[in-house]
Design a protein around this ligand. Structure first.
Ligand code: NAD
Length: 429
């Protein structure tokens, strides 16, 4: 994997913001206020290794905007983490919460490290050390943390435990993505992928397309891609191809079955990092193509669910003529410069801030359940996510039709307008 991308995703986020701020004709002070984070913190984080040696890690926390409520965002552990990635994620989270009318703002934090290089005890010390830095800058009523890339329920529990120790009280609302038996929510791992497919269901209805006659290609078969593919297959769609990373060959592959992939069979040859076993796939009759070929398949639907910057000027023309819908299940998979081309081709693009917002909706539900100290079944959680995200889809779709703009522009305009209004109502600007 390329740990050191050469592009800057905050530039991408700002390009999208500027475009929609212009369409909304936002006044200059509002534009200046929303274009930068309200608060950001940079920390050095000394952590003792098992052998007694200290190492110094860098970490960041960005609380982008809290006009609509306490900020909410993930904590990432990643070797190529940068303050700009964290700024972009915090900005996108602000818009995601606003689109869904959640009473939350957006934030994001990260520690520059590769957790796979550390023992479990060392990872625990990183989590606890990080919380010691931010314990007085966050909390259930100010900034709520959650998991993101390379962090999971165990990290969340260590962080919660440290926070509760520092504040000398139980505070399950400090963090989401906790283990289910420790005040976590059922349905969290399905939420972003399922949410994306709920939106696909509504888009296809709008376009008058029968989902059972569609074929889709997925990039990514991890937490988001796998659950997206699962619900798509359950709704009757045909999974034609799936691309994923192969850490042994250090490259990506696209696995294709023209007559359709059996979802359950594919999961039996996939590890928990979302990597499909190449040799087993070939022996089961899958075609194994280069990683980029997922977007050149003769399918109706593309679901990028892996990485940012995957649909770009250099490969957009490879998208097959048959493609009608792109559902951005990953964050930032499309370079904003190729949007005009996709629009010209009449492809409906559902932007990330709407498409993958099932994850933050579920996090919000985790907080709600924690506050009640009463927990819903998985079916209840997923059905409430369906209701919430479908309603967000209709808001965006109605806005797009009324103002004759793309779904991406409509999503941003609606979200930015809601956040701007909240800041105006508070007389901040
Ligand atoms: P994951 O690590 O569980 O899975 C990533 C998948 O992408 C794996 O199947 C991996 O093999 C594949 N992949 C990696 N590099 C690839 C490449 N070069 N080509 C093809 N496939 C490649 O990650 P995830 O949690 O599923 O997240 C995927 C995307 O969704 C990210 O953009 C993430 O920010 C976004 N997202 C995640 C959540 C969440 O709650 N996990 C919520 C919203 C958005």
């Amino acid at each position: 994997m390329n740990y050191f991308p050469t592009y800057n995703i905050f530039d991408m986020a700002l390009k999208q913001f500027d475009r929609c701020a212009n369409l909304l004709e936002l006044d200059q002070p509002t534009r200046d206020f929303l274009r930068v984070p309200m608060r950001e913190y940079h920390f050095s984080l000394p952590v003792f290794m098992d052998n007694g040696d200290p190492i110094i890690l860098r970490s960041f926390m960005v609380q982008y905007n809290d006009g609509r409520g306490p900020t909410k965002g993930g904590v990432r552990f990643h070797p190529s983490e940068t303050i700009d990635t964290i700024r972009a994620l915090a900005m996108w989270m602000t818009w995601k919460c606003a689109i869904n009318n959640l009473p939350l703002g957006g934030s994001s934090s990260g520690v520059v490290c590769d957790p796979q290089m550390f023992t479990s005890a060392e990872q625990e010390r990183i989590c606890r050390g990080f919380v010691r830095r931010i314990a007085h800058l966050s909390g259930p009523e100010w900034d709520v943390l959650g998991p993101d890339m390379m962090t999971g329920p165990q990290h969340m529990l260590w962080m919660l435990d440290e926070y509760e120790t520092i504040h000398n009280r139980k505070s399950p609302g400090f963090i989401t993505g906790k283990p289910i038996h420790q005040a976590g929510s059922k349905g969290r791992k399905e939420a972003p992928g399922y949410g994306a497919m709920v939106i696909l269901r509504e888009v296809l209805k709008d376009l008058g397309i029968d989902i059972t006659k569609t074929r889709a290609s997925f990039q990514g078969f991890g937490m988001v891609g796998l659950h997206a593919a699962q619900l798509y297959a359950q709704m009757g769609g045909t999974i034609a191809s799936v691309a994923c990373w192969n850490h042994v060959d250090r490259t990506a592959y696209t696995f294709v079955k023209k007559d359709g992939i059996d979802f359950d069979q594919l999961t039996t040859i996939t590890n928990h990092f979302g990597e499909i076993d190449k040799d087993k796939a070939i022996s089961l009759g899958y075609e194994c193509l280069p990683g980029d070929d997922w977007l050149a398949q003769d399918v109706d639907i593309l679901v990028p669910a892996a990485l940012e910057n995957q649909i770009r000027k250099d490969n957009v023309d490879r998208i097959h003529q048959q493609v009608k819908v792109i559902i951005e299940a990953a964050n930032g998979p499309t370079d904003p410069d190729v949007d005009p081309k996709l629009n010209e081709r009449g492809i409906t693009v559902i932007p990330d801030i709407l498409a993958n917002s099932g994850g933050v909706i579920c996090s919000y539900f985790e907080q709600v359940q924690g506050n009640m100290n009463y927990f819903w079944t998985k079916e209840e959680v997923l059905s409430k996510i369906d209701t919430q995200i479908t309603s967000a889809f209709f808001d965006v779709s109605n806005f797009a039709h009324s103002y004759n703009v793309s779904m991406r522009d409509a999503s941003y305009m609606l979200a930015i307008d809601r956040v701007a209004r909240a800041c105006h109502e508070r007389s901040w600007i």
